[in-house]
Design a protein around this ligand. Structure first.
Ligand code: AMP
Ligand code: MG
Length: 269
């Protein structure tokens, strides 16, 4: 099990000291890295087949990161060989009126994984302790106590059989500029451009600080955070795939054993 990039419980997190570009999990070039990613994708798919067949464990993957950090393309590429029927991927955007009528975990809990399933959250309840602070959407008294709610919510999920992995895709401010430039210049990704991303970019340090708090407050043994260097796209996907392959590997899902002798059924064919 790789503990590279894992944040120890109780750490004080300084994102400026954690790498956005690294080679600790793979020091080859891009071409070799993509081949490795492909192999990891097949391993993940095989482990997911067993997980689904065994129908015992639940897996929850939380993906976070600044705008343009590559959350959605990571999901696409890491699970490229995995049967979509065993996945539950969901994006959490601004809460609707209906969602705001309830507590902030209501919409989250509705999407936690079933037995045998892998749920992937593109953003999550962590928006309720980060963006809400930067935009001043809720008072300090309210967001402050949410760290404790979240730790206990995740502890409950873990106690009830859910394996939780939380990944923060860590990009530099320069890499974000590169990605935003591409969104403006490349017609195939222009639809992703949102001028609000520039407002968020202007508040980069505010976002960095609230994320440092959130990660430090909520990285626990049963629901650890990993801060993944994400400036190089292929490396980011490879690192995420490695962490997930190891997480699924540790669960060691196995196909259910069938003790009954099935050969007599052959006569009916
Ligand atoms: P995107 O992921 O690009 O579709 O953007 C979704 C937007 O919704 C981001 O700006 C998030 O910060 C925002 N968002 C997600 N969850 C919340 C929340 N609980 N409160 C406020 N804004 C949120
Ligand atoms: Mg966006």
């Amino acid at each position: 099990m790789t503990d590279e990039y894992r944040i120890e419980p109780g750490s004080k997190v300084d994102l400026r000291k954690l790498p956005t570009r690294d080679d600790a999990l793979f020091d080859g070039d891009k071409e070799e890295g993509l081949a490795r990613l492909d192999a990891l994708g097949r391993e993940i798919a095989e482990r997911q087949r067993r997980l689904f067949a065994e129908d015992r464990h639940r897996v929850l993957i939380v993906l976070q990161g600044m705008d343009t950090s590559g959350k959605s393309s990571t999901i696409r590429d890491v699970f490229r060989y995995t049967n979509a029927l065993g996945l539950h991927a969901v994006s959490f955007g601004k809460p609707s009126e209906e969602e705001l009528e309830r507590d902030y975990l209501w919409r989250i809990h509705a999407h936690t994984p079933r037995r045998g399933e892998i749920a992937i959250f593109d953003r999550s309840h962590y928006e309720d302790v980060t963006v809400v602070r930067v935009l001043d959407l809720v008072p300090k008294k309210v967001w402050k106590r949410r760290f404790d709610h979240i730790r206990r919510f995740e502890e409950m999920l873990a106690d009830e059989g859910t394996t939780i992995v939380k990944l923060f895709l860590h990009i530099s401010k320069d890499e974000q500029a590169e990605q935003l430039r591409e969104r403006i210049e490349d017609p195939s990704v222009r639809w992703k451009f949102n001028p609000n991303d520039l407002t968020a970019r202007a508040a980069w340090d505010d976002y960095r600080e609230v994320w440092e708090d959130a990660i430090g407050e909520t990285s626990t043994k049963d629901a650890p955070w990993y801060v993944v260097p994400a400036d190089r796209r292929w490396y980011r996907k490879l690192a995420v795939a490695t962490i997930l392959r190891d997480t699924l590997g540790a669960l060691d899902p196995t196909y259910p054993k069938v003790d009954e002798d099935l050969t007599p059924y052959l006569e009916q064919l």
